[in-house]
Design a binder for this molecule. Structure first.
Ligand SMILES: Nc1ncnc2c1ncn2[C@@H]1O[C@H](COP(=O)(O)OP(=O)(O)OP(=O)(O)O)[C@@H](O)[C@H]1O
Length: 249
């Protein structure tokens, strides 16, 4: 079997008497979108925080690129190529779309961002930024002020910024939240093409998007993964229906 790029091994995290992550082992393989779904309070955010470095597990490990990164802080994991998106929008609204992506590319190049002006003239950086914009369908908006983009286009821009870091894996936290039907459809198209570049661990409530995108789905209930499988497996699982949809099979 292909070596996973990202994996948790027996991740456990308790808040007082509540076990928010209960011995969770999931993995993300090259080329796939692995969705994590579950009812409110199931522990999705807690899991993501441990994967990305915001929260230390009580037990278990996070493995990224074959290395144990459990003790590493978020920026160190990001530098290794773990790209988290959609947590808080970090876009500079008054800057143009291209400037936002250039800032990302500049960060990835290790230079400091007070040199943004020369960066606009740096051909290699600019090409990288423009390629990222084209990748998410925003090539025609390079000179648009970011504040003028629709909500959905801003999500696309966040993906472009993340792409400039040349990520090895994406962790996405509810990318479809707050988007209308059209925005969700467009972003679904972007994410669909992205898995070839870097696999995506996708936490998402929008089941249309999950069923359209996921190669595998893990279902989290009360901090436990009760089932991992293909869309078909999950759709037909009596355990998932009962525990997640509240529908006794
Ligand atoms: N810092 C904390 N202190 C105490 N309890 C917490 C803390 N963070 C989360 N919890 C609890 O852990 C459980 C899991 O929460 P979490 O936010 O991970 O769930 P979730 O699946 O992401 O929910 P949602 O879908 O609503 O975002 C919940 O019962 C929550 O109240």
């Amino acid at each position: 079997m292909t070596e996973p790029i990202l994996a948790t091994r027996g991740i456990t995290k308790a808040f007082g008497a509540l076990t928010a992550s209960d011995d969770i082992s999931i993995d993300l393989r090259p080329g796939e979108i692995h969705a994590v779904i579950g009812p409110n309070g199931a522990g999705k955010s807690t899991l993501i925080a441990q994967i990305c470095g915001g929260l230390a597990p009580d037990a278990g490990q996070v493995i990224f690129g074959g290395q144990d990164v459990t003790g590493l802080a978020t920026p160190a994991r990001a530098r290794m190529g773990l790209a988290r998106t959609f947590q808080i929008s970090a876009l500079a609204m008054e800057d143009t779309v291209l400037q936002n992506v250039l800032l990302g590319a500049l960060g990835a190049s290790g230079r400091v961002w007070r040199f943004l002006r020369p960066a606009l003239k740096d051909r290699a950086l600019r090409e990288r930024a423009e390629a990222a914009l084209a990748r998410v369908g925003l090539a025609d908006h390079a000179r648009t002020r970011t504040a003028e983009l629709s909500h959905g286009q801003r999500r696309q821009l966040e993906v472009a910024v993340a792409l400039t870091l040349r990520p090895r894996a994406f962790v996405m936290d509810e990318p479809m939240a707050g988007l209308g039907a059209e925005g969700s459809k467009q972003l679904t198209g972007v994410l669909d093409g992205l898995r070839a570049e870097a696999p995506i661990l996708l936490v998402e409530h929008d089941m249309d998007a999950v069923f359209a995108l996921a190669d595998r789905i893990s279902v989290l209930v009360y901090g436990r993964v009760i089932e991992t499988g293909s869309v078909e497996t999950i759709r037909n699982s009596p355990a998932v229906r009962e525990a997640y949809l509240g529908d006794p099979a």
